[in-house]
Write a protein that binds this ligand. Structure first.
Ligand code: KG4
Ligand code: ZN
Length: 340
């Protein structure tokens, strides 16, 4: 696999977006497309797993075709397939896994199970200016909140994580309390822009004790109680929630950076799209002389490009999932991954 071009197809289907990406050893990311199921789940106020799986089944093959045609490639040009095997919704994961395994089997090429959070973690490597190892990664998505010591690809040590709600989940639940439509995170962030930061002060959970774990479920309760008392102050409540969350994340990032003595921080996952969080962490970066990296906006949330990249980096080293059995890992720790 030395000088020959290697092209990896990436398939993401762990939750409510079908994402497809194509990554080339020669040109980097060559094409990617996404189908978001937001409208499908909106009327239920959250993701309905059965509907998600059914939709992935309908979207995956047409999206693969569209991505190949965008790149002016044929199926036969693909050298390996990477698919999200977990963590995520079992039925949704099974769709990506079945399609990946079947395609790989019929094309007689390797397929590889990708860890969804490794996809997020490596997403900043899709950009032109790339972070160098080692670094601290703050992963903030709808399902996970983690601080990770990253020494290299697959060399992950979890420094801290959420003991209850993930930060994206807290955004979504708080948005729901305020009557905003699903998915709540971006809607809450938009409303917070009109809020007055000085009106309410929410706590910064678990920052008064040592350690790098998080707890966000209390903030949601705080928002509920405040909203019951001041029903006309939605924007101020949204602002207080956003400020408390972003400052909590900033305080823990600072601790992780001081503890590891690393000079690079990467932030990824859906909530890394949040502008106040970016502002807060950029300020911290300046203060500590730490370089802060993010994926571009569209690669913060779930996408196929990050799965293609994460799989590619392993496939070119000969890593593969040895069996043809369709396997998923709805629960899977980053620390179990093999180093590259
Ligand atoms: O990484 P992601 O697309 O899916 C998971 O792996 O969970 O993250 C989705 C989460 C949702 O909770 C969504 O509300 C949140 O990211 N999110 C945001 C923003 N954009 C997406 N939260 C706050 N501000 C945003 N701008
Ligand atoms: Zn995700």
């Amino acid at each position: 696999m030395s000088t020959k071009v290697f092209i990896t197809l990436g398939i993401e289907s762990s939750c409510d977006e079908t994402g497809i990406g194509l990554y080339s050893s020669e040109k980097g990311l060559i094409a990617h497309q996404l189908f978001s199921q937001v409208e499908l789940h909106a009327e239920y106020g959250g993701v309905v797993p059965e509907l998600a799986s059914r939709d992935h089944i309908q979207r995956t093959l047409p999206l693969i075709k569209a991505v190949l045609s965008e790149a002016e490639l044929q199926l036969s040009d693909i050298n390996g397939i990477a698919y999200t095997a977990g963590p995520g919704l079992a039925g949704a994961l099974l769709v990506g896994s079945s399609i990946a395994k079947s395609l790989a089997w019929s094309l007689d090429i390797p397929s590889l199970a990708v860890h969804h959070m490794e996809g997020h973690l490596l997403a900043p490597l899709l950009e032109e200016t790339q972070p160098e190892f080692p670094f601290v990664a703050l992963l903030v998505s709808g399902g996970h909140t983690m601080l990770v010591d990253v020494k290299g690809i697959g060399k992950y040590k979890i420094l801290g994580e959420s003991l209850d709600d993930a930060v994206g989940e807290a955004f979504d639940k708080t948005a729901k309390i305020l009557g905003l439509s699903y998915p709540g995170g971006p809607a809450l962030a938009a409303l917070a822009e009109q809020g007055d930061e000085t009106r309410f002060k929410f706590p910064r959970p678990m920052t008064d004790r040592p350690g790098l774990d998080f707890s966000f479920s209390g903030l949601k309760t705080f928002a509920r109680n405040t909203f019951a008392k001041y029903p006309n102050e939605k924007a101020n409540i949204a602002k207080a929630f956003e400020v408390a969350t972003t400052q909590t994340l900033m305080i823990k990032c600072r601790r992780a950076l001081e503890q590891t003595h690393y000079s690079t921080l990467i932030v990824a996952g859906g909530v890394s799209a949040n502008q106040s969080l970016r502002k807060e962490l950029n300020k911290l970066g300046k203060k500590l002389a730490v370089n802060v990296f993010y994926p571009r906006q569209e690669f913060c949330t779930d996408n196929g490009a990050m799965i293609a990249l994460a799989g590619h980096l392993r496939l070119i080293k000969g890593h593969k999932f040895i069996t043809n059995k369709i396997t998923i890992k709805p629960r899977w720790s980053l620390e179990e991954l093999e180093a590259v």
